[in-house]
Design a protein around this ligand. Sequence first.
Ligand code: AMP
Length: 213
Amino acid sequence: MRLVFLGLAGAGKGTQAKTLSEKLGVAFISSGDMFRHHLAQGTELGKLAKGYMDKGEMVPDEVTIRMILDRINQGDCQKGFILDGFPRTLNQAKALERALGDAPVDRVLYIKVGEEELVRRLAGRISCRTCGTPYAQQMLADDAKQCPRCGGELYQRADDQPEVVRRRLQVQWPEVQGLADFYGRQRKLVEIDGERPVEQVEEELVKAIDRVG
Ligand code: AMP
């Protein structure tokens, strides 16, 4: 099972992709989490990515593609994987297609949420520094400091500040549209209304995947 989650920042891709990967027993790969990990470790890649991430811009395709394709080649991805946040450009989608060859992506799940709702969600989003899980503020106790999932430290991502959020959405919107068209033409795209409650979105996703094969 090879799945791609498509959608703008804050659409709920990360939350849903992570839950689904655990259910299916396949690898969860988030390009944003990988960049943040590099950043925390102070690697060269992390230093390079930081300049773009701080401004809400995309990290250049070349380094992003290399990082993800290296990850997909690892043993735990043999059974399948779920990609969250990659591909984000047409160039990345084509590189992925070439790399996967005759074992291509099965489905692309496009979670759609309107811009105002996205800004509202991201402004109130708290994330885990260790596992990357995002939480809406109201999901956590007022004095919560640790991630309910892994115990890691909770924080607000610098790029979830309103000005950077607007820039991220502006940058991502045309790319997401292009990717929806690309996968739509391949008849792999499933569109899901992401403004409904999390459990309903999850149900829709499971239904979409049941039809694979
Ligand atoms: P995310 O956690 O998916 O919201 O990503 C956070 C930031 O990481 C983005 O705003 C970009 O700067 C960078 N990033 C993540 N995935 C990609 C990608 N596929 N291509 C380029 N930049 C990316």
